[in-house]
Design a protein around this ligand. Structure first.
Ligand code: CP
Ligand code: NVA
Length: 297
């Protein structure tokens, strides 16, 4: 049995298999008569719907659990909630504040744990993004991804997804918002070596894909104003997009703040692929669930 807490839980061949399973037009009904618990400590538009529908497409029954319902570590410990949910469900997905919560779940779970976003990683989004990039270019190996913004949960999962797929990653972040040495060391161990710069132009020049995310993630709302100041100059604008390769596309995991990390003319413009990107969340979730259940989940 395997868990999926970040993309670096996978070997390159396993990641490639998940992408191929995601495009299976007649997926086997591996969840027939079984439940999938989806536990959320934070809001979600895409992840909840995409994962629920992926479960349905595999014949299963999604069980959504909102933040107030189980009271992680308040009404009951994370470990006991996990052991309980594993009695009825073939898989448990969780969107949490602290990454240590999904690690604690994985440590005691009898069924696969899927990280549906933590403060550290957003791996199901990164897998979906590979599908979007592959659909655009026909391949992943050799592509250059430029990420402009916070070296956050999204950037970290993208770094592994890109590295394991043979892509180059250049990331532009303001001083103090880049990957720490501990992250870089772990990325190098997986053959992922992002180039970090402070000037967005240096990241975007000639890139095939330009990606950004919000400047203040869920849980960082109190830092939003300071971050707006610190990230000034890091907006993905039409001028910045013009530095990328001629057929470059723009991606954003969403939700987006037009006028902050991206200009409306870019995200709503001809190079944006954010809606196919959102749609791919469901296909990627299906591929991931199929793979986890193949592993004995
Ligand atoms: N991209 C993403 O995870 O969206 P939600 O927060 O709406 O699930
Ligand atoms: N970095 C963002 C991603 C949202 C999908 C957050 O954690 O809020």
């Amino acid at each position: 049995m395997r868990h999926f807490l970040d993309v670096d839980d996978l070997k390159p061949s396993e990641l490639a298999r998940i992408l191929n399973l995601a495009t299976d037009p007649k997926p086997p009904q591996v969840l027939a008569g079984r439940g999938a618990a989806l536990l959320f400590e934070k809001p979600s538009a895409r992840t909840r719907s995409a994962t629920e529908l992926a479960v349905v497409q595999l014949g299963g029954h999604p069980v959504y659990i909102g933040p107030a319902e189980v009271g992680l570590d308040q009404r009951e410990s994370v470990e006991d909630v996990t052991r309980t949910l594993a009695c009825y469900n073939a898989v448990i997905g969780a969107r949490v504040f602290a990454h240590s919560t999904v690690e604690r779940m994985a440590a005691v779970s009898e069924v696969p744990i899927v990280n549906l976003l933590s403060d550290h990683a957003h791996p199901t989004q990164a897998v979906a993004d590979l599908l979007t990039m592959r659909a655009e270019s026909g391949h992943l190996e050799g592509l250059t991804l430029a990420y402009v913004g916070d070296a956050n949960n999204m950037a970290r999962s993208l770094a592994y997804a890109a590295g394991l797929s043979g892509m180059a990653l250049r990331i532009a972040s303001p001083a103090g918002y880049a990957f720490k040495e501990s992250d870089l060391r772990r990325m190098r161990r997986h053959g992922c070596e992002p180039v970090q710069v402070e000037n967005p132009d240096d990241a975007v020049r000639g890139a095939d894909v330009v990606y950004t995310d919000v400047w203040a993630s869920m849980g960082q709302e109190q830092e939003a104003e300071k971050r707006r100041q610190d990230f000034a100059g890091f907006t993905v604008s039409r001028r910045l997009m013009a530095q990328a390769a001629p057929r470059a596309v723009f991606l954003h995991c969403l939700p987006a703040h037009r006028g902050e990390e991206v200009e409306a003319e870019v995200i709503d413009g001809p190079r944006s692929r954010v809606w196919p990107q959102a749609a791919n969340r469901m296909h990627a979730a299906r591929g991931l669930l199929l793979w986890l259940l193949e592993q004995g989940g």
